[in-house]
Each structure stands twice: as structure tokens, then as C-alpha cells.
Design a protein around this ligand. Structure first.
Ligand SMILES: Nc1ncnc2c1ncn2[C@@H]1O[C@H](COP(=O)(O)OP(=O)(O)O)[C@@H](O)[C@H]1O
Ligand SMILES: C=C(OP(=O)(O)O)C(=O)O
Ligand SMILES: [K+]
Ligand SMILES: [Mg+2]
Length: 582
């Protein structure tokens, strides 16, 4: 009764309420819809001639056996097309509803996987999002990859594109060798911002003003360490104090008296190059923009408001959590963004490595509560850059991210430059699928409810619907959840409950479909939605049945948050129904 009471008190709208189990008679376009008694909630609202009664919001909770494909309704006008990607369709045919993988897979694209054939192999292997790290390679190269992915999507794949900004970091630009070089203990190196001609050159980006003698220079979070022995103008003369490898684009951090020197973070979150890369990404219609070294919510808000003036299709903005400031302002950053990447590479430079697993779990949990996807990134299968099998520890790391309910896991060098990118992706896929099914078998996924973080009534109703829907779907052992959603909001909200059955999100918005590629457990499908929810449901079930993907006796839970376009602006139609395919 809580929902009904709250609803009536706060909304002051006309409501139709009956006792539990009593069904209001109604017709929808003249078609009788049989409904059964359901011991589910004290509230049972029906879509009851809302226009006549002046009802602004209708919540319908209905459980019934409905002849969905044949018989009860005139299917004229219900023909249409349904875009389900090739890979999900194959997975569904082969393994059934419960075989659909929940954890999404992101691959960094680099020279090792940028041909059309290689990209297609990754798509077939389950890549949901292709990441382009703007730190590397040319504009033309990135453009070529984006165009190839569009080509694959035209063939029936559904791969979203993410660009990842370079951000303000100090990188090795040139260390005088084509690949990695070893720095020996006690050897002397020069760090310069200029092209350097002398011996042991190390050309690094950004100015090192403010750094002083005695500072420690740490390469790639500990691959090698140097001490600044002398400042010569704007250059630094450094002695290697801990030998190790210098990779071509290694990252540098400066430490003084055991504390990180924040000099490089005084640079803006988005540099002129980042803005130019973002313009490029927007003009190419990328789906996600991941912002490096986010320090507060302001940079994210600024970028989002900039994007909203740019084009109709809004790229989603992901905040990379990779510095201490982003941990300190985690909540506000997650709230402002459309999701996060837990960028463990740089994060591991800033906080002790042993803190990363617990920090990762905390970030994922904050994201789940705020209904934002979280990607776990960096070094998941690092050894596979060189070797065809992962270490046991790497497999355990991937499993842990899945157990923590990350929305997605990501490959970096493993796919970009590694010799076994496709195999690494297959390891991610099989490891996450196994962990997911084990979680279900052991009932570890029971009832992850949304907490009441949302403030508006309609948001809280949506949240309650998702809580109920997930609980019903799990308890009743339903086959699938169908969500009808214009902007993807309801589907992503439901994903937060991490229900057992797969979530099929039907949307007529291409951008919303792509954005859902990153959301745990959601298979996004493109379809024309009408204002008639019954018609939408019947049309989709009919089309899926025609494809042979759903059969008589399968049970689906149907949820909608579609706002009919013909209705008043404020009219909301939110419902839960259980349908048995006839
Ligand atoms: N577009 C690209 N072109 C060339 N090399 C790339 C590209 N993207 C990634 N790489 C390589 O893959 C490695 C891992 O990728 P990533 O984790 O994105 O970068 P980084 O190590 O710079 O943080 C990079 O160090 C770089 O060597
Ligand atoms: C993913 C990361 O960011 P980038 O590769 O851009 O440094 C990271 O630091 O882990
Ligand atoms: K980057
Ligand atoms: Mg980083």
C-alpha cells in the first residue's frame, strides 16, 4: 500500500484503486485482455480511460495469461522491423535466454586489430564498445576505424564507439629507441620538453617547471624510478634509482617526500587538443566520450552542456576515475556523468595498489545506485599482450569485477597491440559468463534493490516498478524482461537491480540503443514504438516469435515508461505485466 498511499498523497491525482486481486474491467482499443488475480501488491491500477477521467499518471500492475501473438487482437498495422544484433541473436539461439551474457565488453582498438576483418572478428567475439584512445595515432586513423565500425553496424552488429581523451598527463614522447628501452641502475637520463639530440634522451610532454632536485620520477606507476639530480633550465638531469623498462608512451609522475606532486594536474581537464578531438568525435557521431583525469563534476557538466548545444544525438559522457581528486568527489562526479571508467592504470599510480580492489567495488556500488554504468579497465589480461593464455590471477581479477557487478570490463593493450586480442576477448567473455551463471546458481544475485536516491515522484515510481519487476522476474523464474523505453532510462534503471532474466530494451531511438550497449544485462533492440502499449508488446512478441527466438509457453515480464506523444506533456504510462506467449 506504500506506493498507492504515497502516490495519492503526493500527487493529488485521480487514481483508480481496487483491493488486491480485484480486476477492474477495461477495454483497450476494444480488445479484451484477460487478467488473473495476483497476490503481489495492494495496488492494482488499470489504464482506465485516462482521458475521460483526467488521470495524469497511470501505473498498471497486471499479471495474466494473454494471447499475445494470435487470436485476441487484430494484428493489422503491427508489421514492422526489429533490429536485434547478430551476436545477441546467435547467443540467444544457441544458449537460450539465460545464456545471454550480462557483462559488457569494451576493446581498445589499435594497430593489432584495426582492419575490417579484425574488427569483425572482435564484434563476433562479443565486443560491445570499441574504444579509441586519442593519446595515440592520427585523426585519419581514428576516422578510418569509426567508419569501419559503422560499416559493421550496417551489417547487423551493434558496436558502440567511445573516444577517450588524452587529458593532461606527462608522457614519454621519445626515448630514442623504436620500442622499449631498459634504464639501468645509476644511469643518467635527460628529461626535456624539446627534441633532444644528446645521449640518453627522454623527451617528455608538458613543462616540468616547479619540479626540483631530489624529486622522484616514477615511470608507469613503478616500472622504473629516477631521481632528479639537477635542473638545467627547463630540463631535468635524472639518475635511475630503480631499473626497469621505458615503454614508448610511458607515463610519468613526480613525487616529493613520499607525496605525489600535483603540477600536471593544474592543467585543465580538457586541453585544446581534447576539445578538438571531441569536436571530431561529435561530428562522427560517436556514442561515448570518456574524459581522462576528471577532478570534479564541473568539467563533466561543462562538456555535457556544450554537447547539448551541438547536435541532436547526444554522446554520453563517461568520467574516468584515475586520480585522488576523482575519488574524493566520486559521488558528484558520478551524478554529473553518464557513467564511469575505473581507469586502474593511472589510479594505481596515485593510490597504493592494494587499495584498488576495494575502491573498485565501492565505485561500482555508487554507480549502480545512481543508475550509471561502470567499466573496469586496465591490465585485466595484461600478460596476454604477449602470451596466448592468461595467468590464473588475471582470470580471478576478471571474475572479481563480474562478482562486483561491473557493467563492463575492458581490454587495453591486449587488443590494441597484443598478439592475441581476439583470444583475450574470448577469455573475458567466457570468464564473465561463467561467473554470472555461478552467481545465479548460488543465488548470490537475490534482490538488489534500488535505494531511494531519486527525488521526483515519477522517478521513485519508476524505481519501485523496477524493484518489483526484478523481484517478480527472479521469484517467478520468468524467461525475459521486455522494457519499452524511449530514451533508455527505464532499461538502465532496471539494469541496476541486476535481475536474473535478460532485459530486452525496445527503443525507437538509435542513440539510446547504442548507449544501452554498456549497461549490465541489457540487450537493446531498435523498433518503431507507437503510443499503444498493447500494440507494441504484441508487435514485438510477434516479430521475435517469427524469428523463432521465443516460443509458446515462454513467460515475459513487460515494463514500459513510454510517454504517449499524443497525450498531455505530463501524462506518464508506467506498467508491469506478465505475459505468457501463446
Ligand atoms: N590507436 C592506437 N595506435 C597505436 N597504439 C595504440 C593505440 N591505442 C592503444 N595503443 C597501444 O596500446 C597500449 C595500451 O592502450 P591504452 O591502455 O589505451 O593506452 P595507454 O597505455 O597509453 O594508457 C598503449 O600504450 C599503446 O601502446
Ligand atoms: C584506462 C586508463 O586510461 P589511459 O589508458 O587513457 O591512460 C587507465 O589509466 O587505466
Ligand atoms: K586516454
Ligand atoms: Mg589513464
Amino acid at each position: 500500500m506504500a506506493l498507492a498511499g504515497e502516490y495519492a498523497a503526493m500527487c493529488n491525482q485521480t487514481l483508480i484503486m481496487t483491493k488486491p486481486g480485484v480486476t477492474l474491467k477495461k477495454t483497450l482499443s476494444g480488445a479484451p485482455v484477460p487478467s488473473k488475480r495476483v497476490c503481489f501488491s495492494a495496488l492494482k491500477l488499470k489504464n482506465y480511460h485516462k482521458a475521460r477521467l483526467g488521470v495524469k499518471a497511470v501505473t498498471q500492475i497486471e499479471v495474466g495469461s494473454t494471447a499475445t501473438t494470435e487470436g485476441s487482437r487484430d494484428l493489422k498495422g503491427l508489421e514492422g522491423t526489429l533490429e536485434l544484433d547478430l551476436v545477441s541473436e546467435g547467443e540467444l539461439r544457441e544458449k537460450g535466454f539465460m545464456g545471454l551474457r550480462k557483462t559488457k565488453l569494451v576493446c581498445t582498438i589499435g594497430p593489432a586489430c584495426c582492419s575490417l576483418e579484425e574488427l569483425e572478428r572482435l564484434a563476433l567475439e562479443g565486443m560491445n564498445v570499441a574504444r579509441l584512445n586519442m593519446c595515440h595515432n592520427t585523426r585519419e586513423w581514428h576516422l578510418d576505424v569509426i567508419r569501419k565500425i559503422k560499416k559493421l553496424n550496417d551489417k547487423g552488429y551493434c558496436v558502440a564507439v567511445m573516444i577517450d581523451t588524452e587529458g593532461s598527463q606527462i608522457n614519454v614522447v621519445d626515448h630514442g629507441a623504436p620500442s622499449s628501452v631498459k634504464a639501468e641502475d645509476g644511469s643518467i637520463w635527460h628529461f626535456t620538453a624539446e627534441k633532444f639530440d644528446g645521449s640518453r634522451p627522454l623527451t617528455v610532454q608538458a613543462s616540468r617547471e616547479g619540479f626540483s632536485e631530489g624529486d622522484e620520477v616514477v615511470i608507469d606507476g613503478g616500472m622504473a624510478t629516477f631521481e632528479v639530480v639537477e635542473k638545467i633550465g627547463n630540463d631535468l638531469r635524472c639518475k635511475c634509482t630503480d631499473s626497469g623498462l621505458l615503454l614508448p608512451r610511458a607515463k610519468l609522475s613526480f613525487w616529493r617526500d613520499g607525496e605525489l606532486v600535483r603540477g600536471n594536474y593544474e592543467l585543465p581537464t580538457l586541453s585544446a587538443k581534447d576539445w578538438s578531438d571531441i569536436e571530431f568525435g561529435v561530428s562522427e557521431g560517436v556514442d561515448f566520450i570518456a574524459v581522462s583525469f576528471v577532478k570534479d563534476a564541473e568539467a563533466i557538466r561543462h562538456l555535457k552542456s556544450h554537447l547539448s548545444t551541438k547536435s541532436a544525438k547526444l554522446a554520453k559522457v563517461l568520467a574516468k576515475i584515475e586520480c585522488v581528486e576523482s575519488l574524493q568527489k566520486l559521488q558528484e562526479i558520478v551524478e554529473a556523468s553518464d557513467g564511469v571508467m575505473i581507469a586502474r592504470g593511472d589510479l594505481g599510480v596515485e593510490i597504493p595498489l592494494e587499495q584498488i580492489p576495494s575502491m573498485q567495488e565501492k565505485i561500482i556500488e555508487v554507480c549502480r545506485h545512481l543508475n550509471k554504468p561502470a567499466i573496469v579497465a586496465s591490465q585485466l589480461l595484461e600478460s596476454m599482450i604477449q602470451y596466448p593464455t592468461p595467468t590464473r590471477a588475471e582470470v580471478a581479477d576478471v571474475s572479481e569485477a563480474v562478482r562486483q557487478y561491473a557493467d563492463a570490463v575492458m581490454l587495453s593493450g591486449e587488443s590494441a597491440v597484443g598478439s592475441y586480442g581476439q583470444k583475450a576477448l574470448s577469455v573475458l567473455r567466457t570468464t564473465s559468463s561463467r561467473m554470472e551463471s555461478w552467481g545465479r546458481e548460488e543465488s548470490m544475485q537475490a534482490h538488489l534493490n534500488q535505494s531511494k536516491l531519486r527525488l521526483s515522484l515519477s522517478d521513485r515510481i519508476a524505481e519501485q516498478i523496477c524493484n518489483c519487476a526484478a523481484e517478480m522476474a527472479n521469484n517467478l523464474g520468468l524467461d525475459a524482461i521486455f522494457v519499452y523505453t524511449r530514451h533508455g532510462e527505464m532499461a538502465s534503471l532496471l539494469s541496476g537491480n541486476r535481475p536474473n532474466p535478460p532485459i530486452f530494451a525496445f527503443t525507437s531511438d538509435r542513440g539510446a540503443r547504442m548507449a544501452l550497449s554498456l549497461q549490465w544485462g541489457v540487450t537493446p533492440l531498435l523498433i518503431d514504438l507507437s503510443d499503444d502499449m498493447e500494440a507494441n508488446t504484441e508487435k514485438t512478441i510477434s516479430l521475435i516469435k517469427t524469428k523463432g527466438l521465443i516460443k509458446e509457453g515462454d513467460t515475459v515480464l513487460v515494463i514500459s515508461d513510454v510517454i504517449p506523444s499524443c497525450a498531455t506533456q505530463t501524462l506518464l504510462f508506467q506498467s508491469i505485466q506478465v505475459k505468457t506467449v501463446a
